[in-house]
Design a protein around this ligand. Structure first.
Ligand code: IPE
Ligand code: IPE
Ligand code: MG
Length: 253
């Protein structure tokens, strides 16, 4: 048995995270270290996306949410934005047969209308072609930011209230959550950020209220299957108290 298999068999299958979210950071620095252009780092990052998707599927993770491009990333140099947009369309088209084979359903979170048409069509095609899949749900966050989606949700509810269709006093946390792009998806159990920064960068602010956070200095293109399993092992060692005491949690109160 190799090291990875050993680690996988040490996992507690009753305590697997249902939903894993990832901030895929460090492509640019990876490229710089090798003396390559930043875009080469993004291309290399696609193979990590391929691997973590496959491993999530194999481990029985139900939802994998990947931060691929933030609202703020539109402010990067135009040639880098162009490359990223091209890569996103290219990668989804290339991966589609295997995603279908592995019963993976693609879901898109973010302001998809801002994605250039050629890539947008490929993304929508992949989403529609995998709509019947019942295995892993892969949520791709593109042109996404948490403040954007929270503002959108507030606008939608305000419009309904102004039209007399909604009593403002009836707005509950559940109703608010149902108006986010993640409606119907349970909150992430585990959030992993690669690349060494210990910040959230406008990602899933509402949804990570009680997520376990895991930061690793490993750059995204170097994020191996073993490191992913290490993050899950770490997750399984934590006690999720949700405001209660440790005694209450242990007595199942
Ligand atoms: C993450 O890698 C990918 C995107 C944000 C699209 P970066 O491009 O941010 O890589 P670093 O942080 O500069 O190394
Ligand atoms: C976060 O990475 C966004 C994605 C991984 C898509 P950034 O590299 O954009 O984050 P900051 O700017 O360092 O916070
Ligand atoms: Mg970065």
């Amino acid at each position: 048995m190799d090291e990875l298999q050993k680690k996988i068999s040490s996992l507690d299958h009753n305590r697997m995270p249902v939903h894993v979210a990832m901030i895929m950071d460090g492509n640019g620095r990876w490229a710089k270290r090798q003396g390559f252009a930043r875009s080469d780092g993004h291309a290399e990052g696609v193979s990590t996306v391929h691997r973590v998707t496959k491993l999530s599927s194999d481990l029985g993770v139900k939802y994998l949410t990947l931060y691929a491009f933030s609202t703020e990333n539109w402010n990067r140099p135009a040639d880098e934005v162009d490359t990223l947009m091209y890569l996103i369309g290219w990668a989804i088209e290339r991966e589609l047969p295997e995603l279908l084979e592995n019963n993976v359903r693609i879901h898109l979170l973010g302001d998809i209308d801002r994605i250039p048409e050629e890539s947008r069509k490929k993304l929508l095609y992949a989403r529609d072609s995998t709509a019947h899949c019942t295995g892993l749900q892969l949520n791709m966050c593109l042109s996404y930011s948490s403040r954007w989606e929270i503002t959108e949700a507030a606008r939608r509810l305000a419009r309904k209230a102004a039209a007399g269709e909604l009593d403002p006093d009836s707005i509950s946390e559940e109703m608010f959550a149902d108006n986010l792009t993640t409606a119907g998806i349970p909150d992430p159990d585990l959030l992993i950020r690669t690349g060494g920064e210990e910040r959230i960068s406008n990602y899933l602010l509402w949804q990570i209220a009680y997520s376990e956070l895991y930061f690793t200095p490993v750059l995204w293109p170097d994020f191996s299957d073993e490191e992913y399993v290490d993050a899950i092992i770490d997750f399984q060692s934590r006690e999720r108290r949700y405001g209660k005491t440790s005694e209450q949690v242990q007595n199942n109160e």
